[in-house]
Design a protein around this ligand. Structure first.
Ligand SMILES: [Zn+2]
Ligand SMILES: [Zn+2]
Length: 129
């Protein structure tokens, strides 16, 4: 898959290893991931729907804080590469184009511990998939 959409990181306390480290955040149309750069704990989100309409608010529940971030991405709706608003919570992951309002909604799918180190991938984000 050569699509590049969102690739950013957010420093916070890892829910798994407890370290205050960068969490790698990646998203394309088909999937979104959040990966701990220290322990490799990974959360996978899968698409729920896409919308150009209004975005409802989601209630943060569970053991994760709701992260609200900004990341640059190329919108597949308007084609503009620019800031997107990200909202990442326990059960959902949303991205929203600030230019046209096009939003991707993902829902939590699964969680696993990566076995191989991801350092290489992190230092060379050229082809994150
Ligand atoms: Zn961790
Ligand atoms: Zn857009």
């Amino acid at each position: 898959m050569s699509e590049r959409f969102i690739f950013t990181r957010h420093r916070t306390r890892c829910y798994h290893c407890g370290e205050d480290v960068d969490q790698i955040i990646k998203a394309v149309s088909a999937q979104a991931q959040v990966i701990c750069s220290a322990c490799g704990a990974t959360r996978i989100f899968i698409p729920r729907f896409e919308s150009t309409g209004a975005v409802g608010t989601c209630t943060p529940i569970g053991r994760y804080d709701l992260w609200t971030l900004e990341a640059d991405g190329r919108c597949k709706n308007c084609g503009v590469a620019g800031p997107h608003d990200l909202a990442i919570g326990c059960n959902h992951f949303t991205t929203r184009c600030r230019n046209c309002g096009y939003a991707h909604f993902y829902r939590f799918n699964l969680e696993y511990m990566a076995k191989s180190p991801i350092d290489e991938e992190v230092s060379a984000p050229r082809e994150p998939w």
